[in-house]
Design a protein around this ligand. Structure first.
Ligand SMILES: CC(C)(COP(=O)(O)OP(=O)(O)OC[C@H]1O[C@@H](n2cnc3c(N)ncnc32)[C@H](O)[C@@H]1OP(=O)(O)O)[C@@H](O)C(=O)NCCC(=O)NCCS
Length: 223
């Protein structure tokens, strides 16, 4: 059950550093693959600052009092988000910063990760959804798990998308991630099939947003 003291809303600029810290802890294995044992938060901070400015309603924070306990990153259109990153010069800026060594990236490992991503995108394209809205990432601080924060974040994200006129949202999750799958099923996501990358299978899940009451506005952000 959602605790009354958990509040969900668009993330604030000053909360991004804590969101990155939660991300680095929750996905430490993946992070280690690219950044080694002492990851620097700079790259994530840069990318997430862009996301939060480009689509403020899609980047949600869960708070207990003034403390950030979790976040969820949704986009109404992945293609638009990627296009904005290119058109606004962000991709070039990130590349130059990475090349200058500021992000502490281990390049050989990054090459493997990118190759893996290419394999993944190649095999996942066969699942057709209406539009290209996605839940890109979600994590809750370990000490705050099991209290409904993730559920509240996903519901708020779905309402945000519905308010933008998005008909369907998609996500991918490892089939052994029982906690995440339980959250997604609980709010109406259904399994559509599996895809894979070099590290194993991914479960593709989608949720129909038609008929769901949206938040504010009716601006259509789809491509
Ligand atoms: C997945 C994650 C975000 C869930 O956060 P959470 O705040 O603990 O989830 P909630 O408290 O909202 O739980 C919602 C439901 O999932 C269930 N759940 C939570 N943790 C669970 C677990 N470890 N095993 C089984 N069910 C679990 C809850 O009982 C609840 O079910 P209910 O609604 O039927 O009561 C959190 O475990 C996490 O950050 N994991 C690491 C990052 C990650 O895997 N992200 C997802 C990538 S796709």
């Amino acid at each position: 059950m959602l605790r009354a003291d958990i509040d969900v809303g668009p993330i604030r600029a000053e909360e991004l550093r804590d969101a990155v810290r939660i991300f680095l802890g929750a996905f430490s294995e993946n992070v280690k693959a690219v950044y080694g044992d002492s990851p620097r938060p700079d790259a994530m901070l840069d990318v997430w600052t862009f996301f939060s400015q480009d689509e403020p309603g899609g980047f949600l924070a869960a708070r207990e009092g003034c403390t950030l306990i979790g976040y969820a990153l949704f986009t109404a259109s992945l293609k638009r988000l990627q296009r904005d990153a290119v058109v606004r010069g962000q991709v070039l800026r990130w590349t130059l910063r990475a090349l200058s060594g500021r992000y502490g990236i281990q390049w050989l490992q990054l090459g493997r990760v990118l190759w893996n991503k290419i394999l993944f995108v190649g095999s996942s394209g066969r699942f057709r959804t209406q539009g290209d809205a996605q839940l890109l990432n979600i994590a809750v601080e370990p000490a705050a798990r099991g209290r409904g924060a993730a559920k509240a974040l996903v519901v708020a994200g779905m309402e945000y998308l519905a308010g933008r006129g998005v008909p369907e949202v998609r996500l991918e999750v490892r089939p052994d991630n029982a906690a995440a799958i339980r959250v997604y099923r609980g709010v109406g996501f259904v399994e559509r099939g599996q895809t894979r990358d070099a590290h194993g299978d991914w479960l593709v899940m989608t949720a129909d947003l038609a008929g769901r009451s949206g938040g504010k506005g009716g601006e259509d952000l789809r491509t």
